[in-house]
Design a protein around this ligand. Structure first.
Ligand code: SAH
Length: 516
C-alpha cells in the first residue's frame, strides 16, 4: 500500500460482492439478505430483477450499472472505479450480481482495484443459474446413472468473434454440459459437439428465464437444438443443458403443480404491509414484485392523539375502533410511549377486518368485534347496535378515513365520537419500476388492497394506459376506484388476503383460457 493512501484509508468503507441468485427473489442467501439490509450503497445490474428491489434498504443509494434499452452501459473499469470511490467515502457498498458473483460474473475483476487500494471486502456466493435454472426445470445436473460430472461453459465469443471452446475435450468427458450466454452461438455449440462425435440424439434443453414466472423449458435432442430454439423463439437469459439428464425434465417437472406458477403479481401495499401478502403468493408459486405506491406517515407531535390517550388512561372510552393494520401500528406506537396495552383493559376493541384483527393480536389484544362484512359502513352499522347512550368511541385512523363509518355510528343515541387522524397516506413512486412495460405482460397482475392504493398507483404512473392494468382488488371501494381508471378488474370474494390470492389464480386461469 502506498503512503499517500494511508490518510484516506483511516475511514474507509467495505465492499460485499453478493450473489442475488438466479431470478426468484427467495433464492438469495440469508447472508446476502443481511448485508443488503445494512448497505449504504447498492450497485446492481440487469440480472437483478424487480422483485429484489424490495430487499434494498429504503435509504440506500441505488446505482444501476446494467444495460437497459437506450441507456449507456457502464464499462467494467467504470464499475470497478465506482466501487472503490464509494468505499473510500467510508460507505458499506454491496455489489449485487445475478446468480453467483464468481461464475461468469466478473467478480474477480471487480475486486482487483479494491485489493490494490487496501479496501476490505467479502464475497457472498449466490445460487447460480447454471444449476438453479435446470433444477427449476426438473433437470438434476448430475445423476449417477447418467454422468460423472458437470461442466459449465461460456457460449460468449471472445472479442475477436471466436467462440473459444474445446468441443472435442468436452464431448470426451461424458459430463453434463451447461452453457451460459450461449443463445447467440447455439449453432456453433450444436455443430461443435456433433463434429466432436457427440450423438445427435443426446437429450438437450433450453431453460429460458429460469426460476422466474416467465420460465420456459424447451427440450430437444442435440441435432435439433438450434431449430427448437428458433421455432420456440427462445431468448436470453437462458441456459442450455446437454446430456442424458436433460431427458429427465418431463418426469421431474414440479413447478407446474404450484397454483400460481407462471403468474407475476405486483403488490402495491405499503412497504411494511406487503411482505405477508408477498410471501403467501410466493408460496403458491407466483413471482412477486413489491411496488409500494403508498406509504404511511404517522402524524408527528400529534397533540390530539396524545390527549385521547390521556382520556383512554382515565377510562373515558367504551370502545376503540381500528380500521386498518397501519392504524393499529401507529396507535400502539404512540400508546407505548407513555403506557402499554393494559390501558385498553377497561374498554372494548373493534377491528374492521381480519388483517387489522391480526395486527391487534400481535399486541396481545383479541378484538371484541369484527363486522360480518369488512367495510366501514357495516362496521358502523353493527357497532352502533352495541352502543349505549353516553358511550365514548375512539377512532384513531387515517386522515382520509371513510366517512360511512361515522354516519352509521352517529345513528346510535347520545354517543361521543373522537375520530382522530393518526397518519397520512402519501403516494410514492418507485422509479425503477417500468409499469407500462411490466403490466403489458399478459401474466402480470396488479394487486390492490385499498382505493388509496389504486390512486397511489395512478399518481405514480400517470402516463401509462391504465386500461392495460389487470387489477385484482379487495373490496368494492377498491374495485370501483380501479374501474374508474379503466382497469380490468377482478374482486376477491372476501376481504381477506387468502381470498385475494384465490381470485388472482382464477383471473390468471381465465386469461390463460382465453389465450388458448
Ligand atoms: N453469474 C451468473 C451468470 C452471469 S452470465 C450466474 O451465476 O447465474 C449471464 C448468463 O447467465 C446468461 O446469459 C444466461 O446464460 C445465464 N442466466 C442468468 N440468469 C438466468 C436465468 N434466470 N435463467 C437462465 N439463464 C440465466
Amino acid at each position: 500500500m502506498s503512503d499517500n493512501n494511508i490518510c484516506v484509508n483511516t475511514n474507509k468503507g467495505k465492499v460485499w460482492l453478493v450473489g442475488a441468485g438466479p431470478g426468484e427473489v427467495s433464492l438469495i442467501t440469508l447472508k446476502g439478505r443481511e448485508v443488503l439490509a445494512d448497505a449504504d450503497v447498492v450497485v446492481y445490474d440487469a440480472l437483478v430483477r424487480g422483485g429484489m428491489m424490495s430487499l434494498l434498504p429504503e435509504d440506500a443509494e441505488l446505482i444501476y450499472v446494467g444495460k437497459r434499452a437506450g441507456n449507456h452501459t457502464m464499462k467494467q473499469e467504470e464499475i470497478n472505479a465506482l466501487l472503490l470511490e464509494k468505499a473510500l467515502e467510508g460507505k458499506k457498498v454491496v455489489r449485487l450480481k445475478g446468480g453467483d458473483p464468481f461464475l461468469f460474473g466478473r467478480g474477480g475483476e471487480e475486486l482487483e482495484l479494491l485489493v490494490q487500494n487496501g479496501i476490505d471486502f467479502e464475497i457472498v456466493p449466490g445460487v447460480t443459474s447454471a444449476f438453479a435454472a435446470p433444477a427449476y426445470a426438473g433437470i438434476p445436473v448430475t445423476h449417477r446413472d447418467f454422468c460423472r460430472g458437470v461442466s459449465v461453459i461460456t457460449g460468449h465469443r471472445r472479442s475477436n468473434g471466436f467462440l473459444d471452446v474445446n468441443f472435442k475435450a468436452l464431448a470426451e468427458t461424458g459430463n453434463t454440459l451447461v452453457f451460459l450466454m450461449g443463445m447467440s452461438t447455439i449453432d456453433i455449440i450444436m455443430n461443435g459437439l456433433l463434429d466432436a462425435g457427440m450423438a445427435g440424439d443426446t437429450p438437450a434443453a433450453i431453460v429460458e428465464k429460469g426460476t422466474t414466472s416467465s420460465q420456459r423449458v424447451l427440450t430437444a435432442d442435440l441435432a435439433h437444438l438450434k431449430e427448437t430454439a428458433e421455432t420456440g423463439h427462445a431468448e436470453a437469459p437462458a441456459v442450455i443443458v446437454i446430456g442424458a439428464v436433460a431427458g429427465l425434465a418431463d418426469r421431474l417437472e414440479w413447478r407446474g403443480s404450484l397454483p400460481l406458477n407462471g403468474v407475476r403479481a405486483v403488490v402495491t401495499r405499503p412497504r411494511e404491509l406487503s411482505s405477508g401478502l408477498a410471501s403467501m403468493l410466493r408460496k403458491r408459486g407466483a413471482e412477486v414484485i413489491e411496488v409500494p405506491v403508498i406509504a404511511i406517515e404517522s402524524i408527528k407531535e400529534n397533540d390530539i392523539l396524545k390527549n385521547a390517550i390521556g382520556k383512554l388512561k382515565k377510562g373515558c372510552y367504551k370502545w376503540v375502533v381500528l380500521t386498518s393494520p397501519s392504524g393499529v401500528r401507529v396507535f400502539f406506537d404512540e400508546l407505548m410511549k407513555t403506557a402499554d396495552a393494559r390501558t385498553l383493559a377497561g374498554c372494548r376493541v373493534a377491528a374492521i377486518g381480519k388483517g387489522t384483527g391480526a395486527e391487534l393480536a400481535k399486541r396481545g389484544i383479541h378484538a371484541d368485534m369484527l363486522p360480518s362484512r369488512y367495510d366501514g359502513r357495516t362496521l358502523g352499522e353493527e357497532l352502533s347496535r352495541l352502543l349505549e347512550p353516553g358511550d365514548h368511541v375512539l377512532i384513531p385512523r387515517a386522515s382520509i378515513g371513510n366517512k360511512a363509518l361515522n354516519e352509521e355510528l352517529s345513528k346510535a343515541k347520545d354517543i361521543t365520537i373522537d375520530d382522530i387522524a393518526t397518519y397520512d397516506t402519501v403516494y410514492s413512486a418507485e422509479t425503477w419500476f417500468d409499469a407500462a412495460k411490466e403490466l403489458a405482460d399478459p401474466h402480470t397482475f396488479a394487486l390492490f388492497t385499498s382505493a388509496s392504493g389504486v390512486r397511489g398507483f395512478v399518481s405514480a404512473y400517470p402516463d401509462m394506459d391504465h386500461s392495460a392494468v389487470k387489477a385484482v382488488c379487495i373490496g368494492a371501494m377498491t374495485a370501483a376506484e380501479a374501474e374508474k381508471h379503466g382497469m380490468r378488474v377482478w374482486i376477491s370474494e372476501e376481504a381477506a388476503l387468502t381470498s385475494l390470492a384465490d381470485r388472482l389464480m382464477q383471473a390468471a386461469e381465465e386469461l390463460a383460457g382465453s389465450e388458448g
